[in-house]
Design a protein around this ligand. Structure first.
Ligand code: ZN
Length: 92
C-alpha cells in the first residue's frame, strides 16, 4: 500500500463528508464511498474532529437531537445541522 492517501482516492469535499458521516458510522456506505471518507479523514483534521464529536454523541445517546447539537462548537454545529436537516426533513 502506498503511504500517500491522496494518491489512492480522490479527495472528498468537507461538506460531503458531513453528509456521509452518519452512514459512515453505521457502516452503511458503499465500500468505495467508505474508502473515500477514510481517505479524507487522513488528510483533514477538521473532519476528524467532526467525526469524533458525532461518534461521541451517538455512543452516549444512540442518536442526535437538537440539545446534543448545542454542545458542539459553532462551526461543527452549523455543518451538522445543515446535513441533519437535509437528512431528516420535517422530523423532530
Ligand atoms: Zn474535511
Amino acid at each position: 500500500m502506498a503511504n500517500d492517501p491522496t494518491s489512492l482516492v480522490p479527495d472528498l469535499p468537507c461538506i460531503e463528508f458531513v453528509e456521509l458521516v452518519t452512514d459512515f458510522l453505521e457502516g452503511a456506505l458503499a465500500p468505495s464511498r467508505h474508502e473515500q471518507v477514510e481517505g479524507h479523514l487522513e488528510i483533514c483534521s477538521g473532519c476528524r474532529t467532526v467525526l469524533a464529536q458525532w461518534h461521541e454523541i451517538i455512543v452516549l445517546n444512540g442518536h442526535l437531537d437538537e440539545h446534543d447539537v448545542d454542545i458542539l462548537d459553532p462551526v461543527v454545529r452549523d455543518a451538522l445541522v445543515a446535513a441533519f436537516c437535509r437528512t431528516y426533513p420535517g422530523e423532530s
